[in-house]
Design a protein around this ligand. Structure first.
Ligand code: HAM
Length: 408
C-alpha cells in the first residue's frame, strides 16, 4: 500500500517549524492588545452564499478557488477562503453596530483556496487579520497600515515595499472602467493578443502585462487614481498625510487591484522582494459597502490580512542570506574549547555554530561553507586562526582575545 501524504498544497507543521510560527503569532497578539483590537473567531466553513455575495461572483476566488461541499442536509457550505465576509456576517449577527464604533477585531486561523500550489501559495494557509468596522475616518486606514507595518518590521521581514492606491467608489470605478476599455480599443493594434481578448472581461489586467507593446500603451493609460471624485480624493489625501506623519514610506500605485470585489477607496499591499512570484505578504483596504451588502446597516469599514507562511518564508530567506558570522572548526582534542568559544560568541551577539557530529577538520570546513559562514575560527594545536571563507585569507588570533577580535 502506498504511504499516505498530506493533500496537494497543504503541509504539516512539525515541532521544528513551530517556534518561528509561535513567534509570529505572539508578536501579533501583543500588537493587537496594544492597538485595542479584540480577538474574534468564526467557523472554518460558512454558507456558500456568504462568499458569493461578499467576495463577489466575478472574482477568481468565487469562480474557481472555493472548496464547496454539500452537507448531509443538502445545504451548500464552503471552507472559508478569506475572513472579511465572515466577520461582517458576525458583526451583523451579533448586533455589533450597537457597540461603540468602530469595532476593532483581529483573527488568526486557517483559510482555504483551491489555487495552483507553488512557493508561498497553498491550499490551506494561515492568515493574521484585522478589521475595524464602523468608521469612515482616514485615521482608521492609517492606523491599520501602521499596525501591519509595525508587525512586519518588528518581526524582521526584509525588503518590504508598501504599495498604496485608492479605488474610489464603485460608481466612479464603473465610469473609469468604461474609459479604460475605450482607451484599450483605441490602441488595440499594439496590445498582446491575450490582453486584446480580455478587454471587456478584465481591462485592468492589461496593467499587469509583460510584453513591451502593451506596457508602452499602458504607460499612457488613465489610472483610477486620476479619476477619484472630490470626497474620495480628499480621503486618500488624508490617508497619505497620516502615513507621512508616521514616517511610513509607500509607493503610489494607481493600478493596484486586489482579487476581491468589496474594496472601496483605500487599497494597499506590503510586498517582500525576497519572495518570488507570490511577493505579497499582506494587504487589504477599505470596504464601505460590504456590511450593507450582507444585509446589515450601512457601515463603513477597513482591514487587512497577512499570510503567516509568507511571513515565515520571508524571514527564512533573511536568515539564510545573513548566514553565520563564524563557524568554529576544532581538532578532536579541542572540541570542548570549541563549544565554550561558540557559547561566548553567541552571548556576544554573533551568529556562531560548531560541529556536533564528529566530522573531521576537512568535513567541518565543508560544513562551514554549506552554512554560509563568513569566517571559520580554526582551533588546532594550541592556537587559533581565523579564515575568511570568501578570500581564503587566514591570520593567527590571540587565543585569549578571540571574542573581541571577531567583533563580539
Ligand atoms: P488576500 O490578499 O486575498 O486578502 O489575502 C491576504 C494575504 O493572505 C495575502 O497577502 C497572502 O499573504 C495570504 N494568502 C492569500 N492566498 C494565499 C495562499 N493561497 N497561500 C498562502 N498565502 C496566501 C484577503 O484575504 C482579505 N480578506 C484581506 C482584507 C481584510 N481586506 C480587508 N480586510
Amino acid at each position: 500500500m502506498p504511504a499516505y501524504q498530506a493533500p496537494r498544497g497543504t503541509f504539516d507543521v512539525l515541532p521544528g517549524d513551530a517556534a518561528a510560527r509561535e513567534r509570529v503569532e505572539a508578536a501579533a497578539r501583543d500588537l493587537f492588545a496594544r492597538y485595542g483590537y479584540g480577538r474574534v473567531e468564526t467557523p472554518a466553513f460558512e454558507d456558500t452564499e456568504l462568499f458569493e455575495r461578499g467576495v463577489g461572483q466575478s472574482t477568481d476566488i468565487v469562480q474557481k478557488e472555493m472548496f464547496t461541499f454539500e452537507d448531509l442536509g443538502g445545504r451548500s457550505l464552503t471552507l472559508r477562503p478569506e475572513g472579511t465576509a465572515p466577520i461582517c456576517r458576525a458583526y451583523v449577527e451579533h448586533g455589533m453596530h450597537k457597540l461603540a464604533q468602530p469595532v476593532k477585531l483581529w483573527y488568526l486561523g486557517p483559510f482555504f483556496r483551491h489555487e495552483r500550489p507553488q512557493a508561498g501559495r497553498f491550499r490551506q494557509f494561515s492568515q493574521i487579520g484585522a478589521e475595524a468596522i464602523g468608521s469612515d475616518s482616514p485615521l482608521v486606514d492609517a492606523e491599520l497600515i501602521i499596525l501591519l507595518d509595525e508587525l512586519l518590521r518588528g518581526l524582521g521581514v526584509p525588503g518590504l515595499t508598501l504599495k498604496l492606491g485608492s479605488l474610489g467608489s464603485p460608481e466612479a470605478r464603473a465610469a473609469y472602467r468604461e474609459e479604460l476599455v475605450a482607451y484599450l480599443r483605441a490602441h488595440e493594434d499594439d496590445l498582446a493578443e491575450d490582453v486584446r481578448d480580455r478587454i471587456e472581461a478584465n481591462p485592468l489586467r492589461a496593467f499587469d502585462a509583460k510584453d513591451e507593446g502593451t506596457r508602452a500603451v499602458m504607460a499612457g493609460a488613465p489610472t483610477v487614481l486620476e479619476r477619484l471624485d472630490d470626497a474620495d480624493a480628499e480621503h486618500f489625501g488624508a490617508v497619505r498625510r497620516l502615513l507621512d506623519q508616521a514616517g511610513i514610506a509607500y509607493e503610489l500605485d494607481g493600478t493596484l487591484v486586489r482579487g476581491l470585489d468589496y474594496y472601496t477607496r483605500t487599497v494597499f499591499a506590503f510586498e517582500c522582494e525576497r519572495l518570488g512570484a507570490q511577493s505579497e505578504v499582506g494587504g487589504g483596504g477599505r470596504y464601505d459597502r460590504l456590511v450593507e451588502q450582507l444585509g446589515g446597516p450601512a457601515t463603513p469599514a477597513a482591514g487587512w490580512a497577512a499570510g503567516v507562511e509568507r511571513i515565515l518564508l520571508a524571514l527564512d530567506q533573511a536568515e539564510q542570506e545573513r548566514g553565520l558570522d563564524v563557524f568554529v572548526v576544532a581538532a578532536e582534542d579541542r572540541r570542548d574549547r570549541a563549544l565554550a568559544l561558540a557559547t561566548e560568541l553567541r552571548q556576544a551577539g554573533l551568529r556562531a555554530d560548531l560541529d556536533l557530529a564528529g566530522r573531521s577538520v576537512t568535513g567541518q570546513m565543508k560544513q562551514a561553507d554549506r552554512l554560509g559562514a563568513r569566517r571559520a575560527l580554526i582551533l588546532d594545536g594550541d592556537g587559533a586562526r581565523v579564515r575568511d571563507m570568501e578570500s581564503g585569507e587566514q591570520r593567527e588570533l590571540d587565543a585569549a582575545r578571540v571574542v573581541e577580535e571577531l567583533g563580539g
